[in-house]
Design a protein around this ligand. Sequence first.
Ligand code: CA
Length: 239
Amino acid sequence: MTKILVVEDEAKIARFVELELTHEGYEVDKVDNGRDAVDAALSQDYDLVLLDVLLPQLNGMEVLRRIRREKDVPVILLTARDAVMDKVAGLDAGADDYVTKPFAIEELLARIRVALKRRESMAAEPTAQAATEPAPAPSTRVLRAGDVALDVDRYEVTVSGEPVELTNREFEVLHALMENLNIVMTRDRLASLALGYDFVGETNIIDVYIRHLRSKIDDRFGIKLITTVRGVGYVIREG
Ligand code: CA
């Protein structure tokens, strides 16, 4: 059974989320402060952590940092709308995704499913590769730029065949750029394509994702994938 840790100090929200998740078939533990959150997340194996940012004792960002030092469990942050700094700091600290409050429960459930599915496909990858032919299944759609390949259906990115681990949002930003090779994408365009309407106008978030992609791809593999077009946005040039 898929286990989710809900960290939320507002009892009504916590109870509501617990009921909805339980109804969806998830097993749910709840804690209402930062210290208990760290204890629970590190002492038990959760499949996902839903983490409010404003918490008593330790704030959500610090909780996230402490979890990340030891575990790569998917973490979805619950942030106040317009709390841009929370989102940027959360990305830097390794959050997989965000949901802004107040949220529609359907949106939260969808984000949870995506985060779980991505984590599953990453976990399954080495075994699948070792056990079968390296050729991808014929049905998958793969975008390419130089040595970088992005498999749209499998949520996988490789550089010269080596897998790169990206968060959901990093993947979506790269996806938007690779689907529009040689087209300069404004930050707003990238935000709306990759992150959804919530993020339009919060264009510095795109800069954060680009920075992450560069450190995980350009820096690691010594290539120049993403070009900055000063005052406009970003582009991946190819061919
Ligand atoms: Ca709170």
